[in-house]
Design a protein around this ligand. Sequence first.
Ligand code: FAD
Ligand code: DHB
Length: 395
Amino acid sequence: MHTQVGIIGGGPSGLCLARLLSLAGIESVILERHDRAHVEARIRAGILEQGMIELMRRARVGDRMDREGLLHDGIVLTFDGRVERVDLAGLTGGKQVMVYGQTELTRDLYDAVLSDANITVVFEARDVQPEGFLEGRPALEFGKDGQQHRLVCDWIAGCDGYHGASRAAVPRDRITEFERVYPFGWLGLLAETPPVHDELIYSNHERGFALCSMRSHTRSRYYVQVGLDEKLEDWPDDRFWDEIRRRLPERFAAKMVTGPAIEKSIAPLRSFVAEPLRFGKLFLVGDAGHIVPPTGAKGLNLAASDMYYLSTALIAFYQQGRSDLLDRYSETALRRIWAAVRFSWWFTSISHRFGGDAIERRIQLAEFDYLMGSTAGRTTIAENYVGLAFDASFR
Ligand code: FAD
Ligand code: DHB
């Protein structure tokens, strides 16, 4: 079995990369550990930046997103009851973000990928093992239905998330990993209730961080900061609703509509970057190469620039015989990654309780006061939140 690009992982990165390549006539095989229903059911990201929106359109999977996605011009920040709106569009020359769930985006991608003649998806691929990528003979060994298979490819794209097989296959002396694990997690709840407000609310409260997000006009997604030792079973729906209301200014708490949880989960918070992102003929893309805490809604949006750079580089290789862009992939992708890692870390650090001494909170409040009183401060938040541009010289 041979293909041009062997892709490990059928999440957003693997699927969108395969589509971008296919539209340029490049064949790929995606090896996904789970089945489609499992991948689509994972409730994760909810906010798309312009870069991800444009990539979906470029991959010709943007029609439903453009019909159903909700464009937002601003976000609300609240600190100890003080409420401030950051005018994202006004401060960035009209840039917006879009509410469109990762579940929907993944479904749109699968619909396109599974009817694309240039793409083969192998679901429930077991024990995927990338081989020979440092020696110029890349191949993927995997099991399927009790049989062992070998897929020889020109290139391997590791799109298999933080716990995947691609980064794990890199010899330890070739890779440097930077990591910070935060001393808390986010408890998230999805409910079929109208959102408490028509824009997202990020709240720094004495009791901890809270976020009010949404998936549509009738579906809400809420999060509260919790300790790492918290268990889901200790959080019946009523306790969650009580807690998030306590962390919001009265004007929002009073109109919160509650209802049974459709989904509830706890996610740890982590900053992580692997360097480099290329190892011979293996590239790391998306969560396989980097993780950010969710505070800035950057995780999926950061995968977008990786997909863009790698697809551009592979297309230049196959269509023009150029390898210069492949050589620049890691360095170019990492520049935007570190910028988002910095923003996500910073936004987390000013909005969460770290359990430090009393001075920590006073400093957070002073910083918020400064930022909100300064056009430069507000613009810094807005520019980073709507997403930094892709490198236009990468072509
Ligand atoms: P993934 O979505 O992780 O996809 C990787 C795929 O590879 C999966 O389908 C997996 O099954 C498959 N795979 C893994 N290992 C193997 C293997 N060995 N062999 C074959 N296949 C394999 N971002 C936000 O912006 N906002 C959020 O609210 C948010 N919440 C999140 C909550 C959680 C619990 C997590 C884990 C992430 C969250 N993120 C969020 C981040 C965002 O969802 C990710 O950045 C995004 O999913 C990255 O896409 P990906 O395709 O790179 O990786
Ligand atoms: C969502 C998640 C985030 O991390 C964020 O910053 C904004 C929205 C969400 O799941 O809707």
